[in-house]
Design a protein around this ligand. Sequence first.
Ligand code: SAM
Length: 382
Amino acid sequence: MRLSIPVAAGLESVVKKQLYSLGYGKAPAENGRILVEGDWEDVARLNVFLRSGERVLMVLSEFEAATFDELYDGFYAIEWERFLETDSRILMDGKSVSSKLAAIKSAGGVAKKAIIRRLADKKSRGRQTFSENGARTVVGFSIFKDRVTVTIDTSGEGLHKRGYRSLAYTAPIKETLAAALIDLSFYNPEANLEKPFADLFCGSGTIPIEAAMRALRIAPGVNRDFDFAHWKFVPQGALKRAKEEARDNERRGETPKIFASDISKEAISIAKYHAKRAGVNGAIEFAVRDMRDFSSVLTHGVLISNPPYGERLSDEREVAALTRDLGRTFFALPDWSAYVLTPFKEFERRFGKSADRKKRLFNANIECCLYTYFGKKPEIDQ
Ligand SMILES: C[S@@+](CC[C@H](N)C(=O)[O-])C[C@H]1O[C@@H](n2cnc3c(N)ncnc32)[C@H](O)[C@@H]1O
């Protein structure tokens, strides 16, 4: 099967690396997605283990369509009777870029008509009224330059929904992006579990929770459900096996050095609750603290944060002052590295130093920059 993993802009290389470490070496990236060949065991593993991909889609067909008739024919030609039941709840999810078929709602209607017709012809002797109260199947179709790619979404809910984040606090970062920031950093608990890690603006806890899950090797999808597990044509047990593999791989009971703090008491109580739900509460040291008061005797740590911008601190002057003070906190830790994700254009000037590396990323569709500052390297004994 051809599997397609949509990836947020800027994260292609991170997801490719994650795929590589899961054993998928051949994974070309194109137009915001990464392609992988695999069977249902792979679908299950990718859904359970992948930290920064958005979903796992199964590619059913690719064809040219510049008219509704061509779209209908292309959809009708797919063997839907292999993938759908007569009671499947079919949801259409389409997008069109630089194509003649731009009216996406109408295109979705035509495509669904073709699916129903095909199911009626092949599965219900012409009967075309289906209850749609069975398992959900999201049929995706993206039209790019008149070429249609048709997929079914094996994940269901996006992969960022790990299941632990049930309460809301100001502007949480997506779990898939948080996991990617960790993979873009020097924090590598596989190589060194003792390396300190801190998020000084942890809010609902996403970044330190993702770091702790990484450190304890807790797979992101181990506690959630996926749409494919409800499809009758999928071999039984694939998800169970992937989750067993994930649980066998965990190293619970370890104590990585992960620190999470926030100025808000409410945020910390929410973050603690989420950490408990994620099974990592013992692995994170939480504190209610202004980031200005952070210091550490530990060396060569990694700071990763997305400080407030445009939520409560809407005043640019306040953001500027906070950025200046964050710089002071950071420069007092000369061998630590910092990774700060923010849309604040004046960040470097206010922080007090040009970044060693900059990467353009999107946080909730807002263009941001990941400003990276490398700390002093550890001295190697001769
Ligand atoms: C954009 S949110 C962080 C969201 C977080 N990454 C998450 O996923 O929930 C920024 C956070 O910074 C906190 N904050 C604002 N000023 C602060 C300060 N001076 N020191 C520490 N935390 C602060 C806010 O309470 C808020 O939770």
